[in-house]
Design a protein around this ligand. Structure first.
Ligand code: DGP
Length: 113
């Protein structure tokens, strides 16, 4: 599946992160380049390069990631937030280990850039 990404190194503990939630399927931590007062990444422990690679058998994991996104947003006290998955370089994906952005704490305009 190619080289380990920076998120693989965070999962292995090789580089630190500001963790906000962890379970046997995923990890959530604060983004190093926050785009809003709250900016958290939720990543599966099992690497999928992007949403493009998700298969039917990943449905439960994908559902779990969404529920954790909601859990951490609630943990942060957010009533409104945005959950984003960038898929592919043209859509802004820079780390090829699937991740959900949870962004909130300021007004969010639509459409995004
Ligand atoms: P994307 O552009 O959707 O692939 O988002 C990747 C995000 O990952 C970007 O917002 C910055 C964040 N990021 C990159 N490297 C690190 C890191 O080492 N630690 C943390 N916490 N976040 C990182």
């Amino acid at each position: 599946m190619g080289d380990e990404t920076i998120f693989g190194r965070i999962l292995s503990g090789a580089i630190p992160c500001d963790e906000v939630y962890s379970d046997e399927k995923c990890l959530a931590f604060r983004d190093i380049e926050p785009q809003a007062p709250v900016h958290i990444l939720v990543i599966p422990r099992r690497r999928l390069s992007s949403l493009k690679d998700a298969m039917t058998e990943d449905a439960e994991l994908l559902g779990h990631l969404l529920l954790v996104a909601s859990l951490v947003a609630n943990q942060e006290g957010l009533d409104d937030w945005r959950t984003i998955i960038n898929t592919g370089e043209g859509a802004g994906q820079t780390v090829f280990h699937l991740h959900l952005h949870v962004i909130g704490g300021r007004p969010l305009t639509w459409p995004p850039g």
